[in-house]
Design a protein around this ligand. Structure first.
Ligand SMILES: [Zn+2]
Length: 141
């Protein structure tokens, strides 16, 4: 984990040749970027803790923090509990499901605040691709 973060950091820094974006003497820009980079591991840890707490409350299941996948660019976390994918974007907890018709893709449910919302996302909510709608526009005359 430590090594991964370091590699990501080095990779991010290597994308831009020195001086390409940050003008000489613009020390405040460099400081801001460094500050941002340093915050990244904290942000990932916070996302892990946040999704684990919310999913734990909803499901009554303990969430192993090491199973939480964090997308630092998107500021989002994903964890799978008993085959159900939960997604947390710092604002909304949602369930990710494939298209109910073709079984492909991934769709985010309406925001989940309580067990009732979760029950809806797991049962009556039927995500569909535009082309997988039961009634094609062409069928309506
Ligand atoms: Zn589909």
């Amino acid at each position: 984990m430590q090594a991964q973060s370091l590699q990501a950091l080095q990779g991010a820094l290597n994308i831009v040749p020195p001086g390409a974006v940050i003008a000489p003497g613009a020390e405040w820009q460099r400081r801001a970027v460094e500050r941002y980079r340093r915050q990244q591991p904290d942000a990932a840890a916070a996302l892990r803790a946040e999704i684990a707490a919310r999913v734990g409350r909803l499901t009554g299941r303990g969430v192993d923090l090491s199973t939480v996948v964090v997308d630092e660019q998107q500021q989002a976390a994903l964890v799978t509990i008993d085959g159900v994918q939960f997604h947390w974007d710092r604002t909304h907890l949602t369930v990710i499901r494939p298209c109910a018709h073709c079984g492909l893709g991934s769709f985010a449910s309406p925001p989940i605040h309580d067990a009732g919302d979760l029950g809806y996302a797991l049962s009556d909510w039927r995500p569909l691709h535009p082309d997988c709608q039961p009634f094609e526009p062409d069928d309506i005359h």
